[in-house]
Ligand binder design. Structure first.
Ligand code: MN
Length: 168
C-alpha cells in the first residue's frame, strides 16, 4: 500500500486535492466514501479504508441495487485518507480534471474475504447506501485486472435521480 502512484499523477500546486501527507486520527471504525466524479467520463469512485490508505475502484455505472447485480469496477491507485471528505474542482488539464462530489460516506464492516484474495464482502453504513455489497476480482491472463461491484444480502430500492445528484 503506497501513495507513490497517487503523488506521481498529480501536481499539488495545481490541484486542490490533498497531498496525502496528513494522517487521520484513528477512530477504530473503518470508513468508506463514494465520490461522484464528473471527469471526461462520469463515474463513481468507491474507496475503502484499508491499511492507512483508501483502496479505490472507478465504477462507471455506480453502485448496484438489485441482489446479485454486478457492475464493472476498475481498480485505481490508492488514495490518502485525507481524500475521504474531498469535494472540489480539479482543474481542466490535470489528472482527473472535473468536479468531485462526496456522494456517500460512512463506515463499513468487513464480513468476509480480503483484498489479496480479490474478494471482499462487506456491510456499508452510509447515508445513502445501507446493506451488503461485495467486490470480486476477475483475473484474465495478460490483461488488466478487472473487478466487479456486486449487491449482496438483499436488494435495495434504487435512489431517485435527485438523491443521486446530491452530496452526502
Ligand atoms: Mn475518479
Amino acid at each position: 500500500m503506497s501513495l507513490s502512484l497517487y503523488k506521481e499523477k498529480r501536481s499539488f500546486s495545481k490541484t486542490p486535492e490533498p497531498a496525502g501527507d496528513k494522517t487521520k486520527k484513528r477512530s477504530g471504525q473503518l470508513l468508506f466514501v463514494i465520490q461522484k466524479h464528473a471527469a471526461s467520463h462520469l463515474h463513481y469512485d468507491f474507496r475503502l479504508e484499508m491499511h492507512d490508505v483508501l483502496k479505490s475502484w472507478a465504477v462507471p455505472k455506480g453502485p448496484p441495487y438489485a441482489l446479485d447485480e454486478k457492475r464493472l469496477a476498475m481498480p485505481t491507485e490508492d488514495h490518502p485518507l485525507g481524500y475521504l471528505d474531498f469535494e472540489g474542482t480539479i482543474p481542466k488539464g490535470q489528472y482527473g480534471g472535473g468536479t468531485v462530489m462526496v456522494w456517500d460516506i460512512g463506515t463499513y464492516e468487513l464480513l468476509e474475504g480480503n483484498y489479496y484474495k480479490g474478494y471482499l464482502h462487506f456491510h456499508l453504513h452510509g447515508s445513502k447506501l445501507k446493506g451488503e455489497w461485495k467486490l470480486m476480482r476477475k483475473r484474465v491472463e495478460g490483461e488488466r485486472e478487472t473487478w466487479f461491484f456486486g449487491k449482496a444480502g438483499k436488494g435495495m430500492r434504487a435512489l431517485s435521480k435527485k438523491r443521486d445528484d446530491s452530496s452526502a
